[in-house]
Design a protein around this ligand. Structure first.
Ligand SMILES: *Cc1c(COP(=O)(O)O)cnc(C)c1O
Length: 421
């Protein structure tokens, strides 16, 4: 089946780039923990004529006519999101994870208000108050850190002490480079103590929560969750905001998303979100989420065996942060390039209290969501980890070449499943 026959005819340049990217995704191994393969059904929704429609507003209260089907689509996406995460309210319109966070801040805060969030070098995200974002011109971001980098334990006593002093309006949990589960109860109790809202950005682990392979922060009393839909949740590129119970909060969030920050919702993406949420509600997704973690554990075991240093000592979720500088005497940048040549795609990453520069830090970050979609089990995941060790230790042409052959064999024997191509 030629899915791109029209692009091929009308636009050769884009056609070549699209087909090239598809080939790259098929032949290499994707270990970037924020990436995944979406199903054919999700892609069909994204490619649908819903992209032609303007639907400013929300189901039942739109600014334009002709909303018979878009209302159905968005209502279904909301309904499924609520069920998936145990939320009373969901806004499925944010165009991405950053947009979701921006709308959440403006919904819940006044300019100048304080947010207490995870230090970026300890796993937090750019949108949690990195100085390069405009958010820091408007809000006051303060940080908490890990108490012990070798175990990943957060310094909750310090968090409570700081929170009492600075009186944040939001205590923000969530991360893009932290391999452990947080103590949600502690977050909530500190937030209640200082009169703050407890908000969790579940962008990275939404799929693990939806698949019941990780705890749901709402079960421990969190007020709001923001997320992407395209990482472990395996949906289209996009964002979402979930509200546990409070109707007033939900109203503020709807207003902040539209008309506060966005114009017309991308209804084709929302249809794709609905399809992905439908998939995540099936029993097979629970198996998928569980396997992601089993595969990470299999990789962890190999790195432990070789005494390689993992930040927090290992992983309970879908990602591992490996200190390649201490373990192998090479920088994160060099490791990323070496592994890339062997057909393994991952990213360099700063580690907690990194002594090296951000552009060439001490660590690499990788994970198993995409491999797991390809049908990798513990055995193959361990094999990938062994190949990584071999390349990072030997670092010569022969080792890279051998690794490349083995990776190709693994990729070919575990093709992207038919329904995900
Ligand atoms: C990926 C991520 C985001 C941003 O999502 P985008 O869709 O890239 O805007 C926000 N927060 C966290 C924790 C993330 O991991």
């Amino acid at each position: 089946m030629d899915l791109y026959k029209h692009i091929r005819k009308e636009d050769r340049e884009i056609y070549r780039a699209v087909v090239g990217e598809e080939k790259r995704q098929k032949e290499g191994l994707e270990l970037i923990p924020s990436e995944n393969y979406v199903s054919r059904a999700v892609k069909e929704a994204m490619a649908s004529s819903l992209t032609n429609k303007y639907s400013e507003g929300y189901p039942g209260r739109r600014y334009y006519g002709g909303q018979e089907f878009t209302d159905k689509v968005e209502a279904l996406a909301i309904e499924r999101a609520k069920k998936l995460f145990g939320a009373a309210y969901a806004n499925v319109q944010p165009l991405g994870g950053a947009n979701a966070n921006i709308a959440m801040y403006f919904a819940l805060l006044q300019p100048g208000d304080t947010i207490l969030g995870m230090d970026l070098s300890h796993g937090g995200h750019l949108t949690h108050g990195h100085p390069v974002t405009y958010l820091t011109k408007i809000f006051n971001f303060q940080r908490y850190k890990m108490k012990n980098i070798e175990t990943g334990e957060i310094d909750y006593d310090d968090m409570r002490r700081v929170a009492k002093k600075i009186k944040p309006k939001i205590i923000l949990a969530g991360f893009s480079a932290y391999p452990r589960e947080l103590n949600y109860k502690k977050f909530v109790s500190i937030a209640r103590e200082v009169g703050a809202l407890a908000v969790m950005d579940i962008a990275h682990i939404a799929g693990l929560i939806a698949g019941k392979a990780a705890k749901n922060p709402f079960d421990d009393g969190f007020d709001v969750m923001t997320t992407t839909t395209h990482k472990t949740l395996r949906g289209p590129r996009g964002g979402m905001i979930l509200v546990h119970k409070d109707e007033e909060i939900a109203k503020k969030i709807d207003k902040a998303v539209f008309p506060g920050f966005q114009g017309g919702p991308h209804m084709h993406q929302i249809a794709a979100k609905a399809v992905a949420f439908g998939e995540a509600l099936r029993p097979s997704f629970k198996k998928y989420a569980k396997q992601i973690i089993a595969n990470t554990k299999a990789m962890e075991k190999v790195f432990k065996k070789h005494a390689a240093r993992m930040i927090t000592g290992g992983s309970d979720n879908h990602l591992i942060l490996l200190d390649v500088w201490t373990s192998f005497g090479i920088s994160g940048g060099e490791a990323e390039k070496l592994l890339d040549r062997a057909g393994i795609t991952l990213n360099k990453n700063a580690i907690a209290d990194d002594t090296r520069k951000p552009m060439d830090p001490s660590g690499i970050r990788f994970g198993t969501p995409a491999l797991t979609t390809r049908g990798f089990k513990e055995k193959e995941a361990a094999q990938v980890a062994e190949i990584m060790i071999e390349v990072l230790t030997k670092r010569d042409e022969a080792a890279v070449k051998r690794a490349k052959q083995e990776i190709k064999k693994l990729a070919l024997s575990h093709p992207i499943p038919e329904s995900f191509r």
